[in-house]
Design a protein around this ligand. Structure first.
Ligand code: MV4
Length: 668
């Protein structure tokens, strides 16, 4: 095994690799750009080296800078993670030349899969099933048209140099072919500098099923089950699961064996993924091979119990895969949700900013199973999501005894994610997981598109629950602030030193206005003899609640709610049962306290009414005694704060009053 490795990556995958290396007793070197000096992966590694400015081109993609860092630190091997240089054959070759082990396949294997047309010709020879079509060198439009006619319409035109859907065009029929071809070639030329294309029969409702393979340098290759990654938007994976729902054991074996044949044909070593496109009837065809560890590898780890990164290090160090195909067992079901800093309401534009509050769902809260919830994250609270790199915040991965259990746990875990500071896709993920199509395992690459109505519901304004919780959060925060100020003032008689819980009588009437996008919500909270009353649009409900370690326990009318309220400047973020609401406090007005020198009309402490000295309608002068309370064996006289008329008396002699309760009303 290596003594020391360098991780040529950042974010969660760098952290993931560091953890695996550490578990094997291997020292780690992180590299970082100027934007990442304080990043989590840098803090976790044993050593770290700066490799350049924030721009990836001049740092994480700079081969010389990375090899320089490896040389300086004496790293024996480099793990490229995913993205960046992970599938760059020049980098793999440069590592070899510099005498450093590239933790991945040979440059030749990377090159063989880099060109999609060439890869298909190789796979054809290896007996791996291909979608009917044309993937030869001939690019004459007349010739391609004949090939398209032969494959049958609709026909898909793909860039040979492509992948990821760029330069892909559908020709619905023979008439549309010439225009689709020209468009695909233009796009391929601008995206890859190479306008060669290939043709395929277009599958209408395909599934993306990929097989995890693993090879070593001794010629052994195994397959480690498959993942269904059909739930994507614009070729970005959203949810990934293993095993693929509905796949028969026979089909699983066929796909696995085809994937192993693909890998063996290029003498593959390390972790790799063979992507297939599967028709709804289960027939499957080779799409491409990814010659790296993938983002979604944890779902495979969860159902096989293997650690793919440890295995990568072992085979890169020349060891044999320590098991054979027959030893591999699949247990249960795993699903991964990718949490991104992006805004579903703006077409998923990336959202940048500082993670002001970051709370992950508790890992392992579902009983004795070792770790049914796994969070792979590269960031901490206080870190920034910048425009320089991929805006993924974390991967949330759950395991269950079966798919239904895993689904339930994923919903619960998503509800436990609290992120403030950037807009995220968490609620969108929760809706996708709860969608009819996903729940029933009715998967294809158009799932998000065809579930639009469920996934993008019309925006609902804040409910009374949300508003009551926000009002309560605000009032409790004001109270805490006033209390802290009194503590600081050193006044030993300040009522704020009393810490007996529920005592929000900072004046008895509060009017709060919250903005939510374009909407404005106006609510009132009164303190009465029977406690708090919340009202909106003239509809009143009782309100009670307290803050239990950052979680508000709210009782509104007859509903008890648990809400976490997080303040970010003027914004209250409310996390409740999987929903995340943002309400901006516009104004909070409190009715002025009565003249305290003359006594308040609110009970200054809990006690009993001893005597009522006036009747309703009585005209009284400022300072006139109105009521006598008894509290803690002492009498306390309530006096009129100003001249006026007694409009109402709320208590009779002998009645118990809560602290802060309005005792009577005096009009001017
Ligand atoms: C296809 C296809 C339908 N028929 N090929 C898109 C990216 C590339 N890796 C393969 N892609 C597709 N190839 C044929 N013959 C539909 C897609 C496709 C897709 C595939 C996998 C995952 C998501 C997708 C989203 C849209 C289209």
């Amino acid at each position: 095994m290596f003594r020391k490795i360098l991780i040529a990556n950042r974010g969660e995958i760098a952290c993931r690799v560091i953890a695996a290396a550490r578990a094997l007793g291997v020292r780690t070197v992180a590299v970082y750009s100027d934007a990442d000096r304080d990043a989590r992966h840098v803090a976790l590694a044993d050593e770290a080296r700066r490799i350049g400015p924030a721009e990836a081109r001049a740092s994480y993609l700079d081969i010389d800078a990375i090899l320089g860092a490896a040389r300086e630190t004496g790293a024996e091997a480099i793990h490229p993670g995913y993205g960046f240089l992970s599938e760059n054959e020049d980098f793999a070759a440069a590592c070899a030349k510099a005498g450093v082990v590239f933790i991945g396949p040979s440059p030749e294997a990377i090159a063989a899969m880099g060109d999609k047309s060439a890869a298909k010709r190789l796979m054809e020879k290896a007996g791996v099933p291909l979608v009917p079509g044309y993937h030869g060198e001939q690019q004459d439009p007349e010739f391609l048209k004949k090939e398209a006619d032969r494959a049958g319409y609709p026909v898909l035109i793909k860039a040979s140099a492509g992948g990821g859907g760029k330069g892909m065009k559908v020709a619905a029929d023979a008439q549309g072919f010439a225009a689709a071809l020209a468009s695909a070639k233009r796009e391929a030329k601008s995206a890859f500098g190479d306008d060669r294309v290939l043709l395929e029969k277009y599958l209408e409702r395909p599934r993306h099923i990929e097989v995890q393979v693993f090879g070593d340098t001794h010629g052994n290759v195994v397959y480690l089950s498959e993942r269904d990654c059909s739930v994507q938007r614009r070729h970005q994976k959203v949810l990934e699961e293993a095993p693929a729902p509905g796949l028969t054991a026979a089909r699983r074996r066929q796909m696995g064996e085809a994937a192993v044949a693909a890998a063996k044909s290029i003498r593959y070593s390390g972790a790799g993924t063979v992507e297939f496109i599967a028709a709804q009837d289960g027939t499957f065809y080779f799409m491409e091979m990814n010659t790296r560890l993938q983002v979604e590898h944890p779902v495979t780890e969860m159902i096989t119990g293997l650690d793919l990164v440890k295995l990568q290090l072992a085979v890169a160090a020349g060891e044999q895969i320590p098991f054979s195909q027959g030893d591999i067992r699949v247990d249960g079901h795993a699903i991964e949700a990718r949490i991104y800093a992006e805004n579903p309401a703006t077409g998923f534009l990336p959202s940048t900013g500082t993670l002001r509050h970051l709370r992950e769902p508790p890992a392992g809260e579902f009983g004795p199973q070792a770790r049914p919830v796994r969070i792979d994250s590269g960031v901490r609270e206080g870190d920034a999501i910048t425009p320089h790199y991929d805006p993924m915040i974390a991967k949330l991965v759950v395991w269950g005894e079966d798919r239904a259990i895993a689904l339930g746990r994923l919903r619960a875990a998503l509800a436990g994610c609290e992120i403030v500071g950037v807009t995220t896709n968490v609620e969108f993920l929760a809706r996708t997981v709860a969608s009819r199509a996903f729940m029933s395992g009715d998967l294809d690459t158009h799932l998000i598109e065809r579930s639009r109505a469920e996934l993008f519901p019309a925006e609902q304004g804040a409910s009374d629950e949300d508003l009551a919780a926000a009002a309560l959060a605000e009032l409790l925060a004001e109270q805490a602030q006033a209390s802290a100020a009194a503590q600081a003032s050193g006044d030993p008689h300040s009522p704020w030193h009393i810490v007996d819980g529920w005592r929000l009588n900072l004046g008895s009437h509060h009017e709060l206005v919250f903005a939510e996008g374009e909407r404005e919500h106006r609510v009132e909270v009164h303190f009465t003899s029977r406690g708090w009353v919340y009202s909106r649009d003239g509809k009143a409900q009782s309100l009670a609640g307290k803050d239990e370690g950052g979680v508000l326990q709210v009782v509104l009318g007859e509903r008890a709610l648990r809400v976490r309220a997080v303040r970010d400047g003027a914004h209250w973020h409310l996390f409740r049962d999987g929903s995340h609401r943002v309400l901006q406090l516009q104004s909070a007005q409190t009715a002025p306290e009565p003249d305290s020198a003359l006594g308040s009309l609110a009970a200054p402490m809990p006690g009993k009414v001893l005597k009522v000295l006036v009747r309703p309608g009585a005209k009284v002068a400022r300072g006139a005694p109105l009521m006598i309370l008894e509290a803690m064996k002492m009498e306390h006289t309530i006096a009129a704060p100003h001249d006026g008329e007694v409009a109402a008396i709320h208590f009779k002699a002998g009645e118990q009053v809560n602290e802060g309760a309005e005792l009577l009303r005096l009009t001017q």
